[in-house]
Design a protein around this ligand. Structure first.
Ligand SMILES: [Zn+2]
Length: 426
């Protein structure tokens, strides 16, 4: 058993606890509360006082593409047209397949734990797995692109996702299968619908990049525009694949079939589409990527509108190809400045409980609750600070100092513990 005492504990599903205590046993949380409460008195003598820190649930980043984690800066320049950026992404991926001297996945996993992240929704253009223990939980969305009638890639991905121990990826509780047809401009609608049916049968999440750019809306409506030229240049365009006058709502309706659907970006969803998502909130969520949204200079993001409608919005970092780092805290700090009407507790929810819910994992992770996994992020606080503790989380000076995944330190143990305490249990 381990117990930690901190200036604040943010359970997320209840108000922050000043002078809080959280106790863990092996990989589970067994108690959380005020250190002065009689209910916690058994744990206080054994508790390690971490001082001026906040303990949050391990952060959940519902949208990453770790294959780009070795990029020191985004591809292109701010304001780049989305189709031009896709060309850079594809060129970058092709260049990597011939010179692979770095392991961007490993770098992305390490950066994530340094940022307090204990679960990710990872988009894998090629399914990957690690034989060694993962330092966090990965829901791996296996991606496919298929606009023409050649469905080989789709079949391969569905086989990988639904396979057992004899398949190409050994799925475990920490490496969980999921599906992502890439986007409406790169996958035939009937395959997206079929993928939603697989999601339902296998009870796995399904994601789709949707309503991401104006160019996508033009392609769906008219079958023209820069994304059509892009698909033609890649030899992928089929003019009969997508009915004219299609719109994101057509895809939202297909996704209701899925066990759980994540709408990635949703930058250009209409009011009716937002209301539709809200009415399916028990299994449909939106993932907003604030710095990526800003990088492309899109229209203002309808975050307040989505929240007012009751949509479950999660916040993700997207990849280093369009964002400077993999820190969910940095994303909500950026979002706070863009959306002053959205309160800090909502922003904190979107990188913890809301993101866990989007991935269908809220019964195990996303809040500090007895019985859930002992996944915690520990953040340094200034000696004095705002009256509202949530405001402290938005202070850029407050950085992650340690991360605990399933009861073990995966980052920062040496910053918090003395040499004598650094036992193998940590
Ligand atoms: Zn993405």
């Amino acid at each position: 058993m381990l117990a930690f005492r901190a200036r604040y504990i943010f359970p997320i599903d209840s108000p922050p606890i000043r002078d809080g205590l959280v106790a863990i046993d092996h990989d589970r949380i067994i108690a959380v509360g005020s250190a002065s409460s009689p209910a916690q008195s058994d744990f206080v003598p054994a508790a390690r006082d971490l001082g001026e820190v906040a303990i949050l649930p391990g952060l959940v980043n519902p949208h990453t593409h770790l294959e780009f984690s070795d990029l020191s800066q985004p591809l292109g320049a701010p304001g780049i047209a989305f189709p031009d950026w896709i060309r850079l992404v594809v060129a970058n991926r092709r260049a990597r397949s011939t010179s692979r001297d770095l392991d961007p996945i490993a770098r992305g996993l390490a950066e994530s734990t340094q940022c307090g992240v204990t679960a990710i929704g990872e988009i894998a253009s090629t399914p990957w797995h690690r034989l060694v223990c993962l330092p966090l939980e990965v829901t791996q969305f296996c991606e496919f692109i298929s606009l023409r009638t050649d469905d080989e890639r789709y079949q391969t991905v569905v086989r990988a996702v639904t396979s057992g121990a004899d398949g190409p990826v050994l799925w475990t509780d920490q490496l969980r299968p999921a599906l992502i047809p890439h986007a409406p401009y790169s996958v035939r609608p009937e395959l997206i619908f079929q993928a939603a049916q697989v999601s339902s049968r296998r009870q796995i999440p399904l994601a789709l990049h949707l309503a991401e750019s104006r160019e996508e809306l033009t392609l769906l409506r008219d079958g023209t525009g820069p994304l059509v030229n892009l698909m033609k240049d890649f030899g992928q365009w089929d003019p009969a694949a997508i009915p004219r006058d299609s719109k994101p709502m057509d895809y939202l309706q297909m996704l209701t079939e899925a066990d759980r659907a994540l709408i990635i970006h949703g930058n250009y969803l209409t009011g009716a589409e937002i209301d539709f998502l809200a009415s399916h909130g028990h299994h449909m969520s939106v993932v907003y990527c604030p710095r990526t949204h800003a990088y492309f200079g899109h229209d203002p993001y309808p975050l307040a509108k989505m929240l007012a409608a009751g949509v479950n919005v999660a916040i993700g970092t997207d990849s280093r190809a369009s964002s400077p780092d993999l820190s969910p805290l940095n994303e909500i700090r950026f979002a706070a400045a863009k959306h002053p009407s959205v309160r800090p507790p909502s922003l904190a929810w979107m990188i913890t409980a809301g993101a866990a819910s989007a991935l269908g994992r809220n019964h195990e992770i996303g809040t500090i609750t007895a019985g859930k996994f002992a996944d915690l992020s520990i953040i340094a606080l200034p000696p004095t600070g705002a009256a509202d503790p949530y405001e402290l989380l938005l202070d850029p000076a407050c950085q992650t100092v340690a991360t605990i995944f399933h009861g073990r330190f995966v980052h920062g143990a040496q910053k918090l513990l003395s040499a004598g305490e650094l036992t193998p249990d940590f």
